[in-house]
Design a protein around this ligand. Sequence first.
Ligand SMILES: [Zn+2]
Length: 184
Amino acid sequence: MRVDQAELLRSFPAIRNDYLCYAAASLVGELVQLWTREVDADPRIFSLLVWGLTGINTVVAHQELAQKVIFFEIKLLDIWGYRPNLGGCLGCGTMDSAARPYHFSLGNGGLLCRACNQRRHHGLIPLSVATARILAKAQDLTTNKLARLQLSPTNGKEAANFLDYYSRHLLQRDVHSRKCLWEA
Ligand SMILES: [Zn+2]
């Protein structure tokens, strides 16, 4: 099954007529294409892609696009088995504001609190407790319940930055469509 069959089944008018919706759909498509080169295709990807494109096509405001694509990527990483560990510090298990700032360790695939990251200075991406918590919740919710979560613009930017670094670390290449969406 080719994942781009999704576009033949539904017409997605907003994606064809609205530049930002098109940019968001391009990012979703590029992520699927890049990851599918690395790992065998999976029927769950097809369902996720349809969910992502349908969501992008039906946003009421452009601000909703960031959350759609971020949650899409979080779910995609889960399916491919690269779920980032966002449940608490890898070293001590804490997940509270007193231990901030938290960073995501690319090499270890999870969070480190201020105390635990002192000996490890490579590949640390800032990630606030608030953003990590929302992303962790998104990992555990089914796609039809993701609309319950609200990612603020600040948390959305932080999440997008984290996903940019994390996917570059995993794929060893840039995802070019990110620029079209985030710099538009
Ligand atoms: Zn710690």
